[in-house]
Write a protein that binds this ligand. Structure first.
Ligand code: ATP
Length: 311
């Protein structure tokens, strides 16, 4: 069993459990345990397949990562970060793609993930131009709830965007792509690496190369704006000055409560961004959940009730 790339990959489930469910002599999973069906998509160093575990009939998405490509582009750390953050997040939240097992062969690493059958939220926004305010409320609330869990586990995503928000069978959000995820081991101090996607980049990342939990809330503000307006609030690095000076406007008819929420998320000072402040401050997670835009959200059945029709 090769572990030649410094990435010891073991099934995160208990060994006993995985042993009883697969046929390989070593007790580890192999590709032979799965039926590979259609390709779901490709990333820069990976391909994702719709698969079925033969022993149970359960369906998953399997991400196959090419080891040679990882090495050539020195991306081993990205794959390792993705695995480590997903392991830390475990099965604790319905809004985050769960990593069930990992295994490898000579050429590839395999991540067995929750299947999100309905693709990326980005595709829906592009297809429909923009989303109804009910949809925006619902998806924004699900992102807030998942972020609350993720941050409580000491994980920051750092590349939150509609391409990384997948939709499951019931059209509920599953956050994915933790390749740029960061594990905070002590406190929540900012980290000093430039990662992310230009349109969702926060001022602190632009100015000081720093990101923290709060940068995920900046991205949330950008995403809410985009879902309603059907366009980016900032076009990316070309808008560097505009991002720093918070120079943007709302198109006519943009829901007023949503405007207020976006204004409270797109705040220069990361500590005064709604959702990101310390518990008990006017900017804490409780204050974000209590924002009037979310007044009609029932947080208790957010993951069990039906999604509003995507329109
Ligand atoms: P990059 O690596 O360049 O950032 P990426 O993160 O999109 O790209 P992958 O994670 O390999 O790369 O995903 C490739 C495609 O597969 C995605 O565009 C997505 O639509 C699809 N996909 C990824 N994970 C799942 C999943 N769990 N369920 C369904 N489809 C998925």
């Amino acid at each position: 069993y090769p572990e030649d790339d410094g990435m010891p990959l073991r099934p995160p489930a208990s060994r006993g459990q995985s042993k009883s469910r697969n046929s390989s002599v070593t007790g580890r999973m192999t590709v032979d345990d799965f039926e590979f069906m259609e390709e779901l998509g490709q990333g820069s160093y990976s391909t994702v397949w719709h698969c079925r575990l033969l022993a149970t009939g359960q369906e998953y998405a399997i991400k196959r990562i090419d080891k040679a490509h990882l090495k050539r582009h020195q991306k081993e750390q990205t794959a390792l970060a993705e695995k480590n953050t997903l392991v830390r997040l475990g099965s604790g939240h319905p809004g985050i793609v769960r990593l069930h097992w990992t295994f490898q062969d000579e050429w590839s690493l395999f991540f067995v993930l929750d299947l999100a059958r309905n693709g990326e939220l980005q595709t829906r926004i592009s297809r429909m131009g923009s989303l109804s305010i009910e949809c925006v409320r619902y998806y924004a609330a699900q992102i807030v709830d998942a972020l609350g869990y993720m941050h409580s586990k000491g994980v920051i995503h750092r590349d939150l965007k509609p391409e990384n928000l997948l939709l499951d069978d019931a059209f509920r959000i599953k956050i994915t792509d933790f390749g740029t995820g960061k594990l905070l081991d002590s406190g929540g101090e900012p980290t000093k690496t430039f990662v992310g996607t230009a349109q969702y980049v926060s001022p602190e990342l632009l100015e000081h190369n720093e990101s923290s939990k709060s940068s995920d809330f900046w991205a949330l503000g950008c995403i809410i704006y985009q879902m309603i307006a059907g366009r980016f609030v900032f076009r990316g690095l070309a808008d560097w000055q505009k991002i720093k000076q918070l120079e943007y406007d709302f198109p006519e008819g943009f829901d007023e409560q949503a405007q207020d929420l976006v204004r409270k998320l797109l705040v220069r000072d990361p500590d005064q961004r709604l959702g990101a402040g310390p518990s008990g401050s006017p900017y804490d997670m409780k204050a974000l959940r209590s924002h009037p835009f979310f007044a009609s959200i029932n947080w208790r059945n957010l993951w069990s009730g039906p999604a509003p029709p995507l329109e």
